[in-house]
Ligand binder design. Sequence first.
Ligand code: PLP
Length: 469
Amino acid sequence: MSRAAHPAGPRYADVLPAGGVGAPPADLNALDPKVWPITAARDEETGQLTLGGLGVRELARRQGTPAYVLDEADWRRRAQTWLAAFGDYSRDEPPVHYAGKSFLSKAVARWAAEEGLGLDVCSGGELAIALAAGFPAHRITFHGNNKTVEELTRALDAGVGRFVVDSQQEIERLAQLAADRGAVARVMVRVTVGVEAHTHEFIATAHEDQKFGFSLAGGEAAEAVRRVFKHRGSLELVGLHSHIGSQIFDTAGFETAAHRAVGLLAAIREEHGVALPELDLGGGLGIAYTSEDDPEDAFTIVASLKAIVARECFGYSLPTPRITVEPGRAISGPPGITLYEVGTVKPLEGLRTYVSVDGGMSDNIRTALYDAEYTCALASRTSEAEPMLARVVGKHCESGDIVVKDTWLPADVGPGDLLAVAATGAYCRSMASNYNHALRPPVLAVLDGAERVLVRRETEEDLLALDLG
Ligand SMILES: *Cc1c(COP(=O)(O)O)cnc(C)c1O
């Protein structure tokens, strides 16, 4: 693409890399409601960002930066919307399971419990947080391709509702552990349907080269089902599970997945005379990280998933199974922001301005790991300055330490200003590291003008306590 033909227009053609960021927004102070939490607003007097009725300047003064801030009202509303999209369901078997790996703390587990969600965990640590919060064990589903004997034991003893089995060894292991206890574990078989979905496209393949699940095409899924049925006394097969990817924007990938999974349901009825009652279509429902993203609403997605599964089942004269989904980021992503303070600003003539904040890849690895895009705004005030092409970077010893790769910020942004990055409620704190011995930021919840610390900031004492010299 020639520089003069840059989509951002001739005015910016000489400062923009080809294929980079689009034109600056008409109003740099505006907060796109698609991207920012529902209670996000600008304080009329100070221009600062407010969230849950609290100004971020006061919040930063009291709690420090960087900090993750969760809009509790938004989180709960998203949970309610996903459940409402399903209409009627049994309170003990909710059709929506929150993927705890996106972010889980005791308070968030309680929000999920109160709103009536199920909960997905995929490690002993996530299970421990859920149980410590008093999350009803029968609404928990345990995922993972290598659950340890200790993890399976604890989950069985706690009465976890579903085990998504992922290998032949695990089926034997779980059957043995359940038999030892005289318990019956409810099991779903994770099926690799040969669909890989990423953002705007999906790829359907015959065979999947990945660690999760039992391949459908290779016949391993049918074999896993046979194996589970062999352990009728200790395992109860309730259905199939499929998860095709993340940040998915349309239902085409789910359509192919459902087509193949229902094919297996039909084959199971043929072979075993049983119509399995449940089909879990996984998570991966997309959210708007930037104004360019256009996710469908929960009602539209659920209606089309139901229609797809009903149509596929009709084709085989199978009863329609109960459908479940497992949104993580679609519930916890948009309600969360990260607040940073600007430390240095470095204009690179003819290129862009590097704005350094007091966090980075230790609190948000997604930009470095997945080339993720984010929306960033000056949060401590408004500004009428010209837009400047900026890259928001962290303080780590690594040039790939980028928080927001390309963004427009007011040209007068400087040290001491607060920046907010939107849609960081999912996969930021949960994937945070201590790289460079960074202290992981706190998670604050804001609601009706008050904040609550859900997870406190790490301290140097925490670092030193782990280091036994
Ligand atoms: C990661 C994951 C999810 C949640 O994915 P999101 O993109 O956050 O919705 C759901 N189910 C399974 C099995 C997963 O691995």
